[in-house]
Ligand binder design. Structure first.
Ligand code: TXA
Ligand code: MG
Length: 306
C-alpha cells in the first residue's frame, strides 16, 4: 500500500501494472504504448481481447498526440476534463495507443481523470495509461483501495491508495465517430453533453454499442434482483430511502440522493455479498441524472442486458 507517485510511474515505465485511483473507480493501469504491458491487463482481469481499453492522459497535448480531436471533442474536453467523461475519437498515433489497447479498432477512447493522484501519475509519466476498472472481468468495480487489492492486488507492482472514489460508477463514454453517441451512462449525463454539442444520435440496439459490454457484468456472487420494494426476509437489501426490511440493510442514500447512491453502489454490493445472502434485492432507483448509470450497472449485475 502506498501513495508514492514516483514509484508508480517507475513501475509503469518498466512495463508493470499499477492500481490507479480515479474519481470514478480504481483502475488497473499499464502504459498504453507497450503491448507486453497491456496484455498483462487483459490477463489479470480475464478480460476478452476484443474489448478495447480507455487510455488515460494527464494533459490535452498528450490527448491530441494520441487521438484526432474535432471541434466537438475539443468542446467536450474543455467542458468536462479533467472529469468522468471518455471520448471515442479516431486514433492518430497507433504506437502511443497500441493495437491491443484499442482491440484493433481505428478509434481510441481517451479520458483525463479528475483525481489528484491519477493526474500526478499521468503528468509525470507523459505517456497514455490504459486503465480498465481493477476488478476481475464480470465483477463489481472496486471503489476503495481495499476492494482493488481484493480484486487484482496480486497483479500489480504498485497499489496506489487514493482513498474512496467519490463518483463510484465508471465514466460516461461518448463516441464522436460520425454522429455523436452516448455509449455508456456515467456521471456526465446526456443532457450535459447535448448542452455542449447539440443532440446525440439515438441509442443503437445493445450489442452494437460499446464493444465488449458483456451481459453479466458488475455481478456479485449472490443473485441480484432489481426494482424491489418488498424484499424477501432472507434477502440483503440495498435501500434507497427509509425501509422496514428486517434482514440486512445497506442504505444507498437515506435522503434519496442519487450521487450518494452512485458513490455507495459497488461497495455496498460487495458488502452485501459478504454475508452470503440468498439474494441481493435493490430498491427502485430513479433513472434521471446519474440514476441512468446506476440503473445500467444494476441491470447488468442482474443479468438483464443480453
Ligand atoms: O471510469 C472509467 O472509465 C474507469 C476508470 C478506471 O477510469 N475505466 C473503465 O475502463 O471503466 P473500462 O476498460 O472498464 O471501460 C472501457 C469502456 C468499455 O465500455 C469499452 O467498450 C469502451 O470503453 N471503449 C474503449 N475503446 C472504445 C472504442 N474505440 N470504441 C468504443 N468503445 C470503446
Ligand atoms: Mg469495468
Amino acid at each position: 500500500m502506498t501513495t508514492d507517485v514516483a514509484e508508480a510511474v517507475a513501475a509503469l515505465r518498466a512495463g508493470h501494472l499499477i492500481h490507479l485511483p480515479t474519481e470514478t473507480v480504481y483502475g488497473l493501469g499499464a502504459r498504453a504504448d507497450d503491448p507486453d504491458a497491456v496484455i498483462k491487463v487483459f490477463e489479470a482481469k480475464g478480460r476478452p481481447r476484443f474489448n478495447p481499453l480507455i487510455v488515460h492522459v494527464g494533459d490535452m497535448a498528450t490527448a491530441e498526440d494520441i487521438g484526432v480531436f474535432d471541434d466537438r471533442a475539443r468542446a467536450l474536453a474543455e467542458a468536462f476534463w479533467p472529469g468522468p467523461l471518455t471520448l471515442v475519437v479516431p486514433v492518430r498515433d497507433t504506437g502511443k495507443a497500441c493495437d491491443l489497447a484499442r482491440a484493433g479498432l481505428d478509434s481510441v477512447a481517451l479520458r483525463m481523470p479528475a483525481h489528484e493522484v491519477a493526474l500526478a501519475v499521468l503528468r509525470q509519466a507523459g505517456f497514455g495509461v490504459v486503465a480498465p476498472s481493477a476488478n476481475r472481468s464480470g465483477r463489481p468495480s472496486p471503489t476503495t483501495h481495499a476492494d482493488a487489492i481484493e480484486e487484482t492486488g496480486g497483479a500489480v507492482a504498485v497499489a496506489l491508495d487514493g482513498g474512496d472514489c467519490p463518483v463510484g460508477v465508471e465514466s460516461s463514454v461518448v463516441s464522436l465517430l460520425g454522429e455523436a453517441r452516448y455509449l455508456r451512462a456515467g456521471a456526465v449525463t446526456r443532457a450535459q453533453i447535448e448542452a455542449i454539442i447539440g443532440p446525440l444520435a439515438p441509442d443503437e440496439a445493445e450489442g452494437h454499442r460499446s464493444p465488449g459490454r458483456l451481459s453479466l457484468h458488475y455481478a456479485p456472487d449472490a443473485p441480484v434482483a432489481i426494482n424491489v420494494l418488498k424484499p424477501a426476509p432472507d434477502a440483503a437489501y440495498l435501500a434507497f430511502g427509509p425501509t422496514d426490511h428486517k434482514g440486512a440493510v445497506f442504505q444507498l442514500s437515506a435522503t434519496r440522493d442519487l450521487r450518494e447512491a452512485a458513490a455507495n453502489l459497488f461497495r455496498m454490493l460487495r458488502e452485501a455479498d459478504r454475508g452470503h445472502p440468498a439474494e441481493i434485492a435493490v430498491a427502485p432507483i430513479p433513472a434521471d441524472g446519474i440514476g441512468e448509470a446506476i440503473n445500467d450497472r444494476l441491470r447488468r449485475a442482474a443479468g438483464f442486458v443480453g
